[in-house]
Design a protein around this ligand. Structure first.
Ligand code: ATP
Ligand code: MG
Length: 500
């Protein structure tokens, strides 16, 4: 019986490897979600295949004798000598505008219990990034609604800005605040959860739903318990969905949360494929993997539709070590970094952004005029504060000017503190910074700064709504607006001081 079976497989193998049908292959070995196969002549990198159990796979390794395939689904029932069929197309995802508001897996299958979305176009997961000819400088801001970012580390549409920090330092919260703030701002958000706990992702989806942010958001999920192949593919799916909207002339934002786990998934696949391991056991092409992905973010020239794709990758560090392999790689690929620090987080400075070392290399040109007008002074105040704060402990011996710098800086640092899910509009941000840099907060007790900020904004909305409206509309501070702001600040300050 056994002999007969072996004989049969020998014939099958011969048919597949030597005969005509190039689309057929044979499973030779199954290793933890990665299949080594023979046959499949003319196979191309990234091509899609189907197994006997209907699971899909993607070719990611080609040698003279064998083909390495990652299985995108159930691999438990794949056995050696099963037949594989090549689909003759690159792995791709079906996209349409109906995908907005949905939660899907990296293959486009719904995870939200709703029926399949209507399909419009096939988008390949891997695509070569647009060359310089197609691109245009980044000039339009992504308004995050977070004071610290919009003022000091502005992000432009088409930029790649990294959010980096230790576990629990508030990385995801920054991304979610940004998504919530995009209501009515013509920016389609794609949140990609890679290798996270399912319960965390469920909570996050619920938060977005509560803040009515799902109407402009797509969520791509590959949880920690999903096959590594899916975790590896998730960011490409998210990027392909973003490209679909960009190609229609729209603006899209993709959040990769996080690329550290993506690198782990890829490392696992590479080790199973027995590729040589390099630094920290990552394969040699891990840098290329991430640069290829992030390079796809761009702002297209008007001739090519004028759409944009902004990327906000997230990286988790260990004990703030940014010199580890994956953080250094991604830092060098992106156009700027937002550094989050656990010490600041614990001291109550949340978002815990270290504004001293965080940068945005293209964002400045994407800031509105009004924001630029107030942010310049804010930057200076904070820089002077950082320089002087080392002397803060000798306060009694300090000269008047140094003391003033320290007082101002400490208050401005508090102004940048912001509660979760309470994004501010451009005018609100400009107004509060204006009041701060013009000294209206200097005599307020540090503990009361947050209260001042909240009440001042409420006061403006009730008594000076026209200031808010005109800043939001004209996006510039002219003499008239500044005069009204001065008027409002003086009146509010005296009311505030009376009441405390
Ligand atoms: P992980 O590494 O586990 O993914 P993370 O860096 O993404 O964590 P978050 O999940 O965003 O961090 O935040 C950690 C905790 O800090 C959450 O409980 C969140 O509610 C809280 N938090 C984050 N930002 C703020 C803020 N601005 N104000 C108050 N609490 C905050
Ligand atoms: Mg997180």
């Amino acid at each position: 019986m056994r002999q007969a079976k072996d004989h049969f497989f020998n014939i099958l193998e011969k048919t597949i490897t030597q005969e005509k049908d190039e689309n057929l292959g044979l499973v030779k070995e199954v290793r933890d979600g990665v299949v080594m196969a023979i046959g499949l002549k003319g196979a191309e990198y990234g091509e899609m295949v189907e197994f006997e159990n209907r699971s899909l796979g993607q070719i990611i390794d080609l040698t003279e004798e064998q083909v390495g395939i990652i299985v995108l689904g159930d691999y438990q029932s794949i056995e050696s000598n099963q037949i594989i069929r090549k689909k003759n197309k690159q792995l791709s995802i079906n996209v349409s505008k109906d995908i907005i508001g949905r939660v899907i897996d990296p293959l486009g299958n719904p995870l939200d219990g709703l029926p399949n979305y209507k399909k419009d176009k096939d988008y390949p997961l891997e695509k070569i990034a647009p060359s310089v000819v197609y691109r245009k400088p980044v000039t339009v801001p992504v308004e995050t609604g977070l004071l610290a970012i919009d003022a000091l580390i502005p992000i432009g549409r088409g930029q790649r800005e990294l959010i980096i920090g230790d576990r629990g330092s508030g990385k995801t919260s920054i991304a979610i605040d940004t998504v919530i703030n995009q209501k009515g701002k013509n920016l389609i958000c794609i949140y990609c959860a890679i290798g996270q706990k399912a319960s965390k992702v469920a909570l996050l989806i619920e938060t977005l739903r509560q803040h009515e942010a799902l109407d402009h958001t797509v969520i791509v999920v590959a949880n920690a318990s999903d096959p590594v192949a899916l975790q590896y593919l998730a960011p490409y799916t998210a990027c392909a969905i973003g490209e679909y909207f960009m190609d229609q002339g729209k603006d899209a934002l993709v959040i990769y949360d996080d690329l550290t786990k993506h690198a782990w998934a890829y490392r696992q696949i590479s080790l199973i494929l027995r590729r040589p391991a390099g630094r920290e056991a990552y394969p040699g092409d891990i840098f290329y993997l991430h640069s290829r992905l992030l390079e796809r973010a761009c702002r297209l020239d008007e001739k090519y539709g004028g759409g944009s794709l902004t990327a906000l990758p997230i990286i988790e560090t260990l004990e703030g070590d940014v010199s580890a392999y994956i953080p250094t790689n991604v830092i060098s690929i992106t156009d700027g970094q937002i550094f989050l620090e656990t010490d600041l987080f614990n001291a109550g400075i949340r978002p815990a952004i270290n504004v001293g070392i965080s940068v945005s290399r293209v964002g400045g040109s994407a800031q509105t005029k009004a924001m630029k007008q107030v942010a310049a002074k804010l930057k200076l105040d904070l820089a002077q504060y950082r320089e002087m704060s080392a002397f803060a402990q000798f306060e009694s011996e300090l000269d008047e000017e140094t003391r003033r710098f320290i007082q101002r800086g400490a208050r401005m640092t508090q102004v940048l503190v912001q509660d979760l899910y309470q994004p501010l509009s451009l005018a609100e941000e400009v107004a509060i910074i204006w009041a701060g840099v013009n000294g209206y907060l200097d005599n307020i007790d540090i503990k009361k700064v947050n209260q001042f900020k909240k009440e001042f904004l409420t006061y403006l909305h009730t008594n000076y709504q026209e200031i808010i409206d005109s800043i939001n509309k004209q996006k510039v501070l002219n003499e008239k607006i500044e005069k009204s702001l001065k008027d409002a600040s003086e009146k509010f300050l005296s009311i505030f001081q009376e009441n405390i």
